[in-house]
Design a protein around this ligand. Structure first.
Ligand code: F6R
Length: 606
């Protein structure tokens, strides 16, 4: 939800902290702050709004001397986005500053106790209790103070702390919130995400839950929850720095849409060997697979819609029944899940709180878990019995694009892989060829829809938009309408086309835009009847279909196109024009496309 950074070294800390915060801004962007230590004094600068305001306030950091500091970009949960509530928070005696990502669930009780004991609070945040606890427990040993403090906390946290009596040092602690240490030459860092580190170093250490770190310019020490030193592996980040830059595009979202052919190729290519799908990361044997009675897919938002799209392929090919459940519902539903269930967990970030909670609930009931994740070393990846990385590269825009398409691609591959293991597929090579053609077809979908930006001029003023489709088209409509709402702020609703006449058709009137997905030949005629139904009530229909689909061409008003593709695998292609439409509509409406209001990239709170 929020992003934190820390730096200790020989250079001025503030410009480095600001650079890191800019990279993390996608995690939260309603206020920001830095605390920098110089000559045993901590100075704090905080602003509401974007990091740009903090850069302006501090003259790009040049106005703030000191080589040690911590920073934070916030997505408000406890208390409005004001300067008082922005992090870092200072202790009453000014010796400690704290930044925090996560939620302290027992903060009210802690706050009441601290107030009784004479501490005063400057903010409404849950975080502020942490800095007062650190002050209370510090007796010359920061590690001890941090262990005692975190023992009092319930909830999740990635913490960064500095103390004016510990020159050159920054401290970090982690529980259920990501935190990564960057190991440099004569300088060290921490951050919520590697994107904030790769400009400086590619050598990273993933902190685990319950661990603490003490960083000075020339050393990194990690300790467990009892204060015992832990030997940590330094991992090399392989992806390109440019992948986290805009690279000439106006927005990350457009860049990430355009990267989809390469991203989907990176998902597929390493897993196809000698004409066969190979998942080296899966240890599921045939006897184990045969014991699976159902697959339950769980996720949130677009990742959930990826599950909806993948279900058709898994059921059709492998004949294993699939249920797709919203993680926020599954976790409280007393689910009928046991050791005969394979739980498939989908998450781009691997840090989504509801997804993690649902996963833990199902694991406790005996299910084996298979995670489809993009962010390496994330919590979901670590909790899973098997992890399949999507290899999409860093996704910075808050609205997912390549994250979604690579997730669906993994599901297609799993569908065919399981079907082959169970000997339930006779057109294996044809299906595999169709999957292998996806990167090329995504590129074609981008190329043949350059006119979508002009369609956006027609549709951007609409009060609301309906997305309709059946079967795989319906699954894609769900994701298409989410893209539209979240970045353009237009009301958009996805409907199973056959359901319209059960109530919603009452809303169709003259000029109501209806985006009709007709890419599945099996039910094309049925969707066609729904198009005719809405047309006859005055709707304006923008159809998404094959270029030569004469039947649809003769009834709809406007068109977007996809190249020919096996309908079972079409979601990955169909979504591309819908992403472009949402992007250009948002652009017409002057929206902040990469950082839509009220949203954050990684939803680490319930
Ligand atoms: C929408 C979007 C969100 C995420 C959801 C889950 O564009 O990005 O709906 O899909 O918050 O996030 P992850 O995949 O990180 O678990």
């Amino acid at each position: 939800m929020c992003g934190i950074v820390g730096f200790t070294g020989q250079q001025n800390a503030a410009p480095i902290l600001l650079d890191g915060l800019k990279k993390l801004e996608y995690r939260g962007y309603d206020s920001a702050g830095i605390a920098v230590m110089c000559d045993a004094q901590i100075s704090v600068n905080k602003v509401t709004g974007r990091i740009a305001n903090l850069c302006e306030r501090t003259k790009d950091g040049e106005a703030v001397p000191g080589t040690v500091g911590i920073g934070h970009t916030r997505w408000a949960t406890h208390g409005a986005p004001t300067e008082e509530n922005a992090h870092p928070h200072l202790s009453n005696d000014g010796r400690f500053a704290v930044v925090h990502n996560g939620i302290i669930e027992n903060y009210i009780a802690l706050r009441e106790k601290l107030i009784k004991d004479g501490y005063h609070f400057d903010s409404e945040t849950d975080t502020e209790v942490i800095v007062h606890l650190v002050e209370r427990y510090y007796k010359g040993d920061m590690l001890e103070a941090l262990i005692k403090t975190t023992n009092k906390l319930q909830g999740s946290y990635a913490l960064g702390v500095i103390c004016s009596e510990e020159p050159g040092k920054i401290y970090a602690a982690r529980e259920a919130s990501p935190l990564i240490i960057g190991v440099g030459a004569d300088e060290n860092y921490f951050a919520s995400d590697v994107t904030a580190l790769v400009n400086h170093t590619r050598n990273v250490i993933y902190l685990e839950d319950g661990e603490f770190a003490e960083l000075s310019p020339d050393a990194v020490h990690v300790y467990d929850c009892l204060g015992k030193p832990v030997d940590k592996k330094v991992t090399r980040v392989l992806w390109d720095v440019q992948a986290a830059e805009k690279g000439g595009y106006e927005h990350f979202m457009l860049k990430e849409i355009m990267e989809q052919p390469a991203a989907v190729k990176a998902t597929i290519a390493p897993r196809v060997k000698d004409g066969k799908i190979v998942f080296e990361e899966l240890g599921i044997t045939l006897p184990q697979l045969k014991k699976i009675r159902k697959i339950v897919i769980t996720a949130c938002g677009s990742a959930y819609y990826a599950g909806c799209a993948g279900k058709y392929a898994i059921e059709h090919l492998s004949k294993i029944p699939v249920e797709v459940e919203l993680a926020s519902e599954l976790r409280y539903s007393d689910p009928l899940i046991d050791e005969h269930t394979l739980l498939v967990v989908i998450s781009q970030s691997g840090e989504t709180a509801d997804t993690i909670a649902a996963m833990k609930e199902c694991k406790a009931r005996g299910a084996k878990s298979l995670a489809i994740v993009n962010v390496v070393g994330s919590t979901v990846a670590k909790l899973a019995d098997y992890t399949v990385y999507t290899w999409a590269g860093p996704e910075i825009a808050v609205a997912t694009t390549k994250g979604y398409t690579t997730q669906v691609t993994v599901l297609y591959m799993l569908a065919l892989y399981f079907a082959d293991m169970l000997d339930r597929v006779d057109d294996y090579s044809i299906r595999l060829k169709a999957i292998e053609s996806l990167p090329r077809k995504i590129q074609q979908a981008i190329d043949i829809n350059s006119h979508v930006q002009y369609l956006a001029q027609k549709y951007h003023g609409s009060k609301s938009l309906f997305f309709i489709g059946r079967n795989t088209d319906y699954a894609t409509a769900l994701e298409g309408s989410l893209k539209m709402k979240e970045i353009s702020y237009l009301h958009a609703e996805a409907y199973a086309a056959g359901e319209l006449k059960h109530g919603t058709i009452a809303l169709i009137e003259d000029h109501q835009p209806v985006i009709a997905l007709c890419c599945n030949p099996m039910i094309m005629e049925k969707t066609l009847s729904n198009i005719v139904e809405v047309k006859s009530r005055g709707a304006e229909v923008l159809a998404l279909t094959f270029k030569n689909n004469q039947k649809i061409l003769s009834v709809a008003d406007d068109f977007m196109f996809i190249p020919d593709i096996d309908a079972l695998f079409s979601a990955v292609i169909e979504i591309v024009p819908l992403q472009l439409l949402a992007y250009y509509v948002a652009k017409e409406n002057g929206c902040d496309i990469d950082k839509p209001k009220n949203l954050a990239k990684s939803v680490t709170v319930e």
